[in-house]
Design a protein around this ligand. Structure first.
Ligand SMILES: [Zn+2]
Length: 115
């Protein structure tokens, strides 16, 4: 049977994965911040050994992407897709919570304003 061409969602996920990998290859003033980088294929943290993204890395990412939440969401979406490929026995909803769930728990700029 001939394999079908990847659909647009797969191509988009692959592009996100490439963006995530490029993010971790970068150089410059923030290059040294990645001590808490993911170790694949287990997706443990190179810095503390916890599940990646660990608490420290989440804090770093929030600081790094301050004012650019959409970019952080795209980056984490790419990691989520990569992790789903590496951790095939992990339930999808748990992976989603681990990689994406913490993003929506962040306060939005207008959360502390009175209605
Ligand atoms: Zn860590």
């Amino acid at each position: 049977m001939e394999e079908a061409a990847p659909d647009v969602r797969v191509r988009r996920a692959m592009a996100l994965g490439r963006a995530a990998r490029a993010h971790y290859r970068r150089t410059g003033p923030l290059a040294g911040m990645n001590l808490h980088a993911p170790v694949r294929p287990d997706w443990t943290c190179a810095g503390c050994g916890g599940h990646w993204p660990c608490h420290t890395r989440r804090s770093q990412l929030l600081a790094e992407f301050d004012g650019a939440p959409a970019s952080l969401t795209l980056l984490m979406g790419g990691h989520f897709i990569d992790a789903a490929q590496d951790l095939r026995t992990e339930p999808a909803h748990l992976l989603y919570e681990r990689f994406m769930g913490w993003l929506r728990q962040q306060p939005r700029p207008d959360d502390d304003q009175e209605p």
